[in-house]
Write a protein that binds this ligand. Structure first.
Ligand SMILES: [Zn+2]
Length: 301
């Protein structure tokens, strides 16, 4: 079976030899309507597009990331394997695993090779527990976008709270929060909570992003206090979860472990999720109220 040393494609290491192997393997596939790739060992847009095409058509990934990792599903499938783990399994078992996976994993979750391996092994352990994986691998670009998602969502919840019957002093605090957030808006200033992952693209400078991260983090802490002091959850018709999500911490882009591929966000029955992850090798389990953030630095035991 062919091997690659490092990742190939979108946001990957792209060693010449590895790229050439992936190009050769892709050219053995029927990639119509795409043209055959030049086997030149250089990963450009055509190679990434062919990888995405293969991932969505042959690997069954709903959000193909255009990247091939040495130990990932895409490479196993490209190199002639079934792409599934556990070769001794019957087709029925594999089919059942696929259905279980589809039920447990939000279609917007992005994966790299590490994420795929962790999800494949974790999903069977989640059986019988209310749990859904809502976030996995995020590229740096996604992480910048995620800050804007939090910015916009928080602002929406603060605006929503201003329409609730709250005491004047809380209304004043909420107004201050809203105007503070509006003062550090991304460009464009809306569409992040309604769009797909990564859309729209923000044109802010790095300094503006840093400023926004500081403002969002402190606004989240203040909002959390007002929610309790002003009894906002009881006054709103929104689920308590909607308020918790607004207060959930957001890491500065580049510092989140989601960028490495071994972190997952799982929503559902938090206490069951925590104990399942703890007993299967999680290296960090953190209850963020709206979901549980878990890290499997050493894989799933
Ligand atoms: Zn997380």
């Amino acid at each position: 079976m062919p091997r690659i040393e490092a990742s190939v494609g979108n946001e990957a290491t792209n060693r010449d030899d590895d790229v050439r192997i992936v190009q050769q393997l892709l050219n053995r596939q029927d990639l119509a309507p795409l043209a055959k790739l030049k086997e030149d060992g250089r990963s450009g847009p055509a190679t990434v597009e062919a990888i995405r095409h293969f991932q969505s058509r042959c690997v069954g990934m709903s959000s193909p990331d255009g990247r091939v990792d040495p130990d990932g599903r895409t490479f196993r499938r490209l190199a002639g394997g079934s792409g599934e783990r556990g070769t001794g399994q019957s087709p029925e078992t594999r089919r059942a695993d696929r259905i279980a996976r589809a039920e447990r994993v939000d279609p917007r979750v992005k994966e790299n090779g590490l994420t795929t391996a962790i999800i494949d092994r974790l999903v069977p352990h989640l059986a019988g527990c209310r749990a859904r994986i809502i976030s996995g691998y995020l590229s740096d670009t996604d992480l910048f976008w995620k800050l804007n998602y939090h910015w916009e969502y928080l602002l929406q919840m603060v605006d929503h709270s201003l329409n609730l019957p709250v005491d004047d002093r809380f209304a004043k605090e909420l107004q201050t929060l809203a105007s503070g957030l509006r003062a550090c808006a991304p460009t464009p200033a809306s569409g992040y909570t309604s769009g797909a992952l990564g859309k729209p693209e923000d044109r802010s400078t790095l300094d503006e992003v840093k400023q926004r991260h500081r403002s969002v983090s402190s606004a989240k802490a203040s909002f959390k206090r007002v929610i309790v002091a002003g009894d906002l959850k009881a006054k709103s018709r929104k689920a308590a979860h909607a308020f918790d999500l607004a207060c959930a911490p957001v890491a500065f882009p580049g510092t989140s472990k989601h960028g490495s591929g071994y972190a997952l966000d799982i929503e559902g029955d938090n206490s069951s999720i925590k104990s399942i992850c703890n007993s299967h090798g999680a290296t960090l389990v953190f209850d963020e109220q709206s979901h549980v953030h878990v890290e499997f630095r050493n894989g799933v035991a």
